[in-house]
Ligand binder design. Sequence first.
Ligand code: GTP
Length: 607
Amino acid sequence: MHLRRGMRRERIRNFSIIAHIDHGKSTLADQLLMRTKTVDDRDMQAQFLDGMDLERERGITIKLNQARMKYTASDGLTYALNLIDTPGHVDFSYEVSRSLAACEGCLLVVDASQGVEAQTLANVYIALENELEIIPVLNKIDLPGADPDRVRREVEEVVGLDCSDAIMASAKQGIGIDEILEEVVRRVPPPPDNRHKPLRALIFDSYYDPYKGVIVYFRVVDGQMVPGDVVRLMNTGKEYQVDEVGVLAPKQVPVDALYAGEVGYLAASIKAVADARVGDTITLKKGGTAEALDGYQEVQPMVFCGLFPTDADQFSDLREALGRLQLNDAALQYEPEVSSAMGFGFRCGFLGLLHMEIVQERLEREYDLDLITTAPTVVYKCLRAGGEEMNVDNPCNLPDKHDNLQEPYCRMEIITPKDFVGPIMELAQQRRGDFIDMTYLTETRTTLVYDLPLAEVVTDFFDEMKSRSRGYASMEYHITGYRKNDLVRLDIKINGETADPLASIVHRDNSYRVGRALVKRLKELIPRQQFKIPIQAAIGSRVIASESISALRKDVLAKCYGGDVSRKKKLLKKQAKGKKRMKSLGRVDVPQEAFMAVLSLGSDDGD
Ligand SMILES: Nc1nc2c(ncn2[C@@H]2O[C@H](COP(=O)(O)OP(=O)(O)OP(=O)(O)O)[C@@H](O)[C@H]2O)c(=O)[nH]1
């Protein structure tokens, strides 16, 4: 029927690489691509340059990637090895689980100088749930501090995985690469024979291409797909005619059909990635199936903040930029927000803090916008006076009369060298954590488990944990649900006016401490002006802390001696630059840092 019969099923291997951040996943993937001559050195450079700037600068993998490699194994046969990349950060853990669901096996990469970390474990659990064949790889054996024997024992004890034949590798020096390719062929099972069933394909990534529309990456689980097919996305219910199907080698190469077990892409003039979400099942409109693949989940933003242009004229540019980013980012939400203090802007929802930072940076860099960002907040739930349930993603919207105020909680696992257990437990307790469990991972390292309010985690928890453990502890968390707590809204008044964007929701027990610390910090951050500025923290009508900023007495220019015009100009220019990132609240110029002040108060500040 079709010219191409697809790669013989028995010679297909679908696998991915899982690792804790920085253990060498990307370096190893590059080595595999080069060793199989899927890309040559020059292309590697080019491909590198094409990648997202932010991704590279931050040294983290944000988007999934995939490539098909052709590899002739020691048995003389040529195999198609489909490498499916997984993102490395908790914000994107749902994407990890979907990309692993598209595989039969994975390489578990562990840094032989570090050992098992929190994300190693989290990813292994996902791999086990998906019943994948796991091939352990001890990487960075070239490092003087590498101790593969210790790490091998650790993986055996902690993960319960036989490591007697773990591969010793150095992705940097190209050691162990052939062995890895051989083991993928030998140990990862070929996909099951499902060609004759009705089409079902699992979407594990998609991105927006301005020419072809959304490019969808998927694994054909059952059946086959050819150009011209009219497909239906089972969760959105949307239907499209397929323009093109192909494989990633690693560039897009069109083919005339994709069969069960194969991994590839399609283009079908889909307008936004939200229409072809990760985890959705593709089937045929006619002769398809009614049974979607398991595990689809609508991802909900967990963290919200306000984005306001410093210059009101940039509002429509901001709207356009958010629209463009959303074409490529199904998890980004935004809706217009009007604040009496800030003017017109948007309330935006993100998967987590990293996702939020990435979007902010892209808006500023790629779209040249100057933004004021309000402090991130989680989504609270409460009952309004009438008994109606309400989601509160902006503290200033919490009704004065409400009941049953609840906040999201997460289960947090921290792995730390045992010397730092004390300081980390102290941190978790200060952040209202409930201790759940402590186990000895190995002789020298400990796993701590806490239930924590998400609001306490999205501030500076990660940074604090790192600094208290000199960088050695790692963490991993997932949302578990909502809990009722004694929470109150803390309002800030500047010059007698309530500054909506500075409001926060805090636990009543902490409200005095946070209120005091916050007004003190704002006093430092807000520049003096021509008049005295009172700053107050209040709960309802009760003021719980106050400070004031004294009036500016001298003209700044008075410092310059009469004739020195250039210096005067320079000073004025400097001031103008500083002014850019300010908003006027109650006649007072408030700089960007003040909007974030509530995040950096720490646990023991303010007294
Ligand atoms: N010495 C040594 N360094 C390595 C080796 N493999 C990777 N590295 C280095 O370790 C660092 C992290 O490597 P990456 O490949 O970016 O790690 P990753 O796991 O992909 O990190 P994310 O993309 O953040 O998940 C880089 O500086 C690499 O050069 C190795 O075998 N030996």
